[in-house]
Design a protein around this ligand. Sequence first.
Ligand code: ADP
Ligand code: MG
Length: 308
Amino acid sequence: MSDNRHEFALIDWIRLRVGEHPRVPLGIGDDTAVLRFPEAADCLLTVDMLMEGVHFTIPAVTVRDVGRKALAVNLSDIAAMAGRPLAAVLSVAIPRGRDREFAFELHRGLQDLADEFGVALAGGDTNAWDGPLVVSVTLLGETTGSGAVTRGGAKTGDWIMTTGDFGGSLAGKHVSFQPRVEAAMCLHESVSLHAMIDVSDGLAADLHHILEESGVGAVLREDEIPISDAARAIDDGKTPLEHALGDGEDFELLFTVAPDDGRQLLAQPPVDVLLSHIGEITAAGTFELADAAGKRTPLAASGWRHTF
Ligand code: ADP
Ligand code: MG
């Protein structure tokens, strides 16, 4: 719904910038978008909302970062299913009193990433209000290969693997991260991915989601966990490992594969992103961290180590 001239002017500006896309034959501007959808695949659908004061503060991040991140978090969810993103709609509540450039910057941040990933911005809803900035993006995608990779397929004996590194994302990666869309599709083509999730809550917490959905347990090897430079730079009493296990918003992929497939991925990586083998899936009931000597301690979903 648009209720004033500024919003119409903004929509016209967006419409000009978005241009044509084969999947959205009518473009932006009618009462609904028309989508040309591929026949063979299942549809993936996801939505995420970012609220100023809750998920971000300005000027700690720029409004352009917010626009980018609003799409990026959804791209990461599509990646977690090994899907291909297709089209998005954007809902935005803009604080009254912000100049027009504010809305333009928000849109630029989103559109640059949409272009990079071939996502059509198919429509949206623009409102002004007396509250803070709220941005919600809904993203549609399609499954690839043998279908969606869920959280529920991990098997006892699987290798637990990751892309990239972990911890300290608040230093910058939480807005600048590269959604692992290409890597996920490529891994899905190369081997049988048993279970996969994107790490938004934290490495330990998101692994815990896989364990619950799959009805299995896990042992992580602390020496194998890829810890980011940002996590090592934090000086707050927690260890870099605790940051890597607990911080969240890494937006890396966490997945499990049969050991032979894991070995193949490490020997001949099909993607140009760091792949790590960080542990093994075990029978249900186990959630532990092993040190270099093999000594195991229980792990909490928060990433906290229970040391006795
Ligand atoms: P309606 O009143 O029929 O819901 P609107 O006036 O809200 O339509 O929107 C007009 C057109 O502009 C629609 O096609 C809508 O999808 C599009 N639109 C509105 N806001 C945005 C936005 N922020 N980004 C992209 N498209 C938008
Ligand atoms: Mg209408």
